[in-house]
Write a new protein. Sequence first.
Length: 196
Amino acid sequence: MAPIKMARITMVTPDPLHRSLAAPGLLLTPLAKDHREGLRAACAVDDAIWEIYPTRWIEADFDANFDALLGNPTRQPYAVLADGRIVGMTSWIDAQPAHRKVEIGGTFLTPAVRGIGVNGAMKSLMIGHAFASGYHRIEFRIDIRNARSLAAVRKLGAEQEGLLRRERVTWTGHVRDTAIFGLFPENWTGRAVQPA
């Protein structure tokens, strides 16, 4: 009888993801209490965008959301800095090393850095790091009203796998439909940004 060949499995160490990631002019660093005021200022610049987010990150709502994010065990948030200034946030969500899957979400960038490559570079750092850490599935869950984010994840090579209808109620009372996307190493259209 021929020996049975065992498949090689790449194991992921616990929490290999939430570490600082950097490229020239860009830093993703684990969100901490000392980022509060910089993030507050970045979020306050675009009042209108919060209409399509599940929560509102301005005025009286900011502090409760900031504290809840830092205390959420299913999220590993980053402060996003461009040229040393906080310009937004993003997160790893529900990382499951045993299943090698993670979601990227909770992303906000201030208008001054939209459309100039910051989001692409940030996602490239995160995706490259996740795949290099042994993850093989990255998910994105996006409000179907958020055309900018839908287009951005499609550019990455992510494919829409379904629509979760009436998936959540946002802070405005809107009953949200959520598109779910999956991205795999073989579909990723980008290249990892080289760390600075």
